[in-house]
Design a protein. Structure first.
Length: 225
């Protein structure tokens, strides 16, 4: 009984430790960028507008500087279908008569006709098909990490959501043209160039849906049977 009670206590402590374990740190490749420090120009008395003073009279809320945020609408939909049929066949027949010995055929010497024939036939039929459909919808807000020389914005960001006994991660990076950003400071993911979008998760549900290492061995190309 003492051993059973000790095992129950250890199980409860391990469960509490699993609940209190903080989620893994953010991926540095998708970390948000801090805005650049503004350089205060020297005072120039006698002028109403100071150069580089950060006074923008005709600008909207669109992202344009390092550290600005931008909302990306995930509207990804992919459909792929492939089908292949292959058929090949070959028939061959070869007949070899008996040789002539001293001017006489084998049938005259042995009393019966000798003839050899070889026949071969090969046939191959193969078919395959593959259908795949994926969809990713939602919103993720990223930050501008670099303003390229042509004015395009390189953005990246990560969104983490803790759901019950697991975490969901959405990571995005790419290049956005300022003209594709609408007045609400949003842009469709289909207009993000060199885009990298990752959606995955961890936790109890993800572990339950993951194949074990021994089963992966039996289904891998390394398994000879």
């Amino acid at each position: 009984m003492k051993r059973l009670y000790l095992l129950l206590v250890l199980a409860q402590l391990s469960g509490c430790a699993a609940i209190l374990t903080p989620p893994p740190s953010r991926d540095p490749a998708y970390a948000a960028a801090r805005p650049e420090d503004a350089i205060t120009p020297p005072a120039n008395p006698g002028s109403i507008y100071q150069p580089n003073g950060g006074l923008f009279l005709f600008e909207d809320v669109r992202a344009r500087r390092v550290g600005d945020t931008l909302t990306v609408r995930l509207v990804e939909t992919t459909n792929a279908k492939k089908k292949a049929d292959t058929s090949a066949g070959r028939d061959a027949t070869t007949t070899v008569k008996a040789p002539v010995i001293l001017g006489q055929e084998a049938a005259q010497i042995l009393g019966y006709e000798m003839k050899t024939s070889l026949e071969s036939a090969n046939k191959f039929d193969g078919s395959g098909s593959s259908d795949q459909s994926n969809a990713l919808t939602g919103n993720v807000t990223v930050t501008v990490v670099e303003v390229l020389s042509n004015g395009n914005l390189r953005v990246q960001g990560e969104k983490r959501v803790g759901l019950n006994q697991g975490n969901e991660y959405i990571k995005l990076s790419g290049v956005v043209r300022p003209v594709d950003i609408d007045s609400a400071n949003t842009v469709d993911s289909t207009k993000v160039a060199d885009a990298t979008m990752i959606y995955n998760g961890d936790g109890v549900l993800a572990d339950a849906n993951r194949m074990g290492w021994l089963q992966r061995l039996f289904t891998s190309v390394l398994f000879p049977y």
